[in-house]
Design a protein around this ligand. Structure first.
Ligand code: 4AD
Ligand code: MG
Length: 488
């Protein structure tokens, strides 16, 4: 049988005389001679109205019960829905005790829903968010597959530029800490005995319980592995889970999150990296310019009316308004001038220190009034792999990198050119106190046919949160994991 979304989208001429739908009872309203139920199968909101003129058929139905209904799909005479199901037969797949059902009809708090995350996909908001994740994933694949239309006129818009990116899968288990921030989860088998004899001798800091006698971690970023593939396939991307032992209890941090990462060879242009990011996000925004799920999510936030939010995202999606790009040094100067004039910040902006969340948000919300790329941060605060800018004063060494900051959130994307000069990379490893022998394979990528290359990483839950107005990334993934929390 079709899903409810398919049914509601079908033209009347295609209705079968008798159709059947499967779903869960979202609500039920009984009158003397007629009963109305809203049935949902999660394929769309708000679901399908079922009308029972034989009220006996509705007798066993309760909120949350799973049902099969057979009847006729007709144009609805009532307000609020275009079509309704006139029910002729009803069958209960699974009952639901309304007395103990944890998902009662009244508004449930975010915290309560986090405690019941095995059931919360049944709520309107989480259902819409999950469908938004799906459509965003598809839009991302679509962008990397075909890119933006090459020609802007409507007539010619079917000529598409092939971006030439190849989607690849990278490992979850890794031996490195890409970001060098010490936020990796170390893995071990559940039994303390090694389950298999190692082929090579164990490394000096391995414990018998490690990964076959070698220290191993859950990946914090696919970047280094992507670089290995990009120096063979030229342009690659992945959308994969990343894990960070983050202590941060903020609305932007998870211990397990998904990251879109792209990496490509034969680029020496930070501007080009920013343009690919800008175009990719614009493509995702345009794909959602009419989205019932986005509308439903925006409506949850009366402080920012849906129309205003739609207009705002529409303006960011428009190619006629390029996103602001400025260097870190310029950002510090702009922030310092503003701070001197108004004393606006808790943390005075200082060259050489990271931008605080209040700085990032001010730059996006007040200065750029939209997404803003901040480029060329001091090298000392960045990971070892970033390419050094040439010609800097010794105490003002910067890296060819960027962060994309967006209103209401701050950092959404980070990226850089990668240091492809083997000698400089070895020095960077030393400066960061990293063991060169652990990065032999990474140095090989430079020693053997090294090519200038770069890429970026975009936090998928942050993108969902930013687009939809969902306040915390904890509500932007089905089963969130964050410091101290993992329920199932
Ligand atoms: O800035 P990050 O740490 O950069 C990297 O990992 C690079 N290796 C990516 C690359 O160049 N291929 O992370 C990239 C993005 C951040 O901008 C943020 O959006 C998201 O990943 N992110 C998180 N999202 C949710 N929870 C966390 N704990 C996150 N940490 C980073
Ligand atoms: Mg970052």
């Amino acid at each position: 049988p079709p899903t409810i979304r398919q049914l509601l989208a079908a033209p009347p001429s295609t209705y079968a005389p008798a159709i059947h739908v499967n779903g869960w009872v979202k609500s039920i309203r009984r009158q003397k001679k007629v009963a109305f139920a809203v049935i949902t199968d999660g394929s769309s909101e708000p679901g399908l109205q079922a009308v029972f003129t034989d009220i006996n058929l509705a007798k066993q139905l309760t909120n949350g019960a799973s049902v099969k209904l057979r009847g006729e799909l007709v144009d609805s005479r009532g307000a609020g829905q275009a079509k309704e199901l006139q029910v002729a037969e009803a069958e209960v797949h699974g009952e639901c005790d309304p007395e103990t059902y944890p998902m009662q009809k009244q508004a449930l708090t975010v915290e309560y829903l986090r405690d019941h995350c095995h059931l919360r996909a049944r709520t309107r908001e989480i259902g819409a968010m999950l469908r938004l994740r799906d459509s965003t994933t598809r839009a991302i694949h679509n962008y990397f597959e075909v890119g933006l239309p090459l020609l802007s006129s409507d007539v010619q818009s079917h000529y598409r530029q092939d971006n030439g990116f190849i989607h690849v899968h990278t490992p979850i288990i890794t031996s490195n800490d890409c970001e060098g921030a010490g936020e990796t989860f170390r893995i071990a088998p559940s039994s303390s005995e090694p389950s298999c004899r190692s082929a090579s001798p164990p490394s000096s800091d391995a414990k018998p319980s490690d990964y076959f006698n070698h220290p191993a971690y859950l990946t914090v970023s696919s970047q280094l592995h992507l670089e290995a593939v990009a120096t063979a396939l030229s342009r690659v991307y992945t959308l994969s889970p990343c894990f960070r032992a983050e202590r941060s209890q903020t609305s932007r941090h998870l211990a397990e999150f998904w990251m879109l990462e792209a990496e490509w060879a034969f680029t020496s242009s930070l501007d080009e990296l920013c343009t690919v990011v800008e175009n990719a996000i614009r493509h995702v925004l345009r794909t959602h310019s009419t989205s019932p799920d986005m509308d439903a999510l925006w409506k949850q936030h009366p402080s920012a009316p849906a129309q205003a939010r739609r207009d705002e995202l529409h303006s960011y999606a428009s190619a006629s308004r390029p996103w602001t790009r400025l260097t870190y040094t310029d950002a510090i100067n702009i922030l310092s001038a503003h701070h001197a004039a108004t004393g606006a910040f808790v943390f005075p902006p200082v060259w050489g220190s990271g931008l605080q969340s209040e700085h990032e948000r001010w730059l996006a919300e007040q200065h750029a009034r939209g997404p803003v790329f901040v480029t060329d941060y001091p090298a000392a605060m960045k990971p070892f792999y970033m390419r050094m800018n040439d010609g800097c004063a010794p105490d003002r060494q910067t890296a060819a990198c960027f962060d994309l900051l967006v209103p209401g959130m701050g950092e959404l994307v980070g990226g850089s050119l990668r240091e492809e000069r083997a000698g400089l990379l070895e020095k960077a490893l030393e400066r960061h106190g990293l063991d060169k022998s652990d990065y032999g394979w990474y140095l090989d990528l430079r020693r053997y046919g090294g090519a200038p290359h770069g890429g970026f990483g975009l936090g998928f839950e942050r993108l969902i949160s930013w687009m939809s107005g969902i306040e915390s990334v904890r509500e932007c993934i089905a089963m969130p994991r964050w410091a101290g929390r993992m329920l199932l």
